[in-house]
Design a protein around this ligand. Structure first.
Ligand SMILES: [Zn+2]
Length: 197
């Protein structure tokens, strides 16, 4: 097993925009993907979720690190969801979003804060679980990846997206995408296309 390179958007658009296939049986190959996902997520402490397409494998497997209701606490160990299906989604509201495949880019999206999901865990047992609060946001974000949906698609517009840059004095500042920046023109155009596509 190994820590894999994370597929970055837009260079890796082909795999990140693909519709991932269900896992038929938990074969040794699928187990390898589960271990790779967990190891790769663990190697990125700033990340709280990772989907198989983000390591280049288009199967329906994600790993999430949950806060268990207290988003100020450190997230727990990776939990693996195989063939996850949403049974119930409600309490949609705006919240923070970001993605290891879009490094340095953050935003606000509208997602359910109550999510009931069924699927299979990494031992092959089926589960039926309710995720609430920011945990629901994280699970919803990862499940989106299995259908080729990125968080920029869920932003209402460019004004809801921003970069974080660290200034010379160490302070992190938000740089809105909507502010005209000559060096950012190409990026802004490609993101505008993504948001509207
Ligand atoms: Zn993501």
């Amino acid at each position: 097993m190994a820590i894999k390179d994370i597929v970055i958007y837009p260079e890796g658009a082909e795999v990140l925009r693909a519709h991932s296939k269900p896992v038929g049986h938990i074969t040794p190959r699928a187990k390898d993907v589960v271990e790779d996902l967990k190891e790769t997520l663990a190697a990125h402490p700033e990340g709280i979720g990772l989907a198989a397409p983000q390591i280049g494998v288009t199967i329906r497997v994600v790993a999430v690190r949950l806060h268990g209701g207290d988003r100020d606490s450190a997230p727990g160990p990776p939990m693996v969801l195989i063939n996850p299906e949403i049974l119930e989604a409600r309490e949609r509201r705006r919240d923070f979003d970001g993605c290891l495949s879009l490094p340095g880019l953050y935003g606000e999206t509208t997602r359910p804060h109550y999510l009931r999901v069924t699927g299979v865990d990494e031992s092959g047992s089926s589960f039926d679980e309710v995720f609430q609060g920011f945990d629901a946001v994280v699970v919803h974000h990862e499940l989106d990846h299995l259908d080729g949906v990125l968080f920029i698609d869920r932003a209402a517009g460019l004004e809801d997206l921003y970069h974080v840059r660290v200034k010379e004095d160490g302070r992190a500042v938000r740089v809105p995408l909507s502010r005209p920046r000559r060096d950012n023109d190409r990026e802004r155009k490609s993101l505008r296309f993504s948001v509207e596509a």
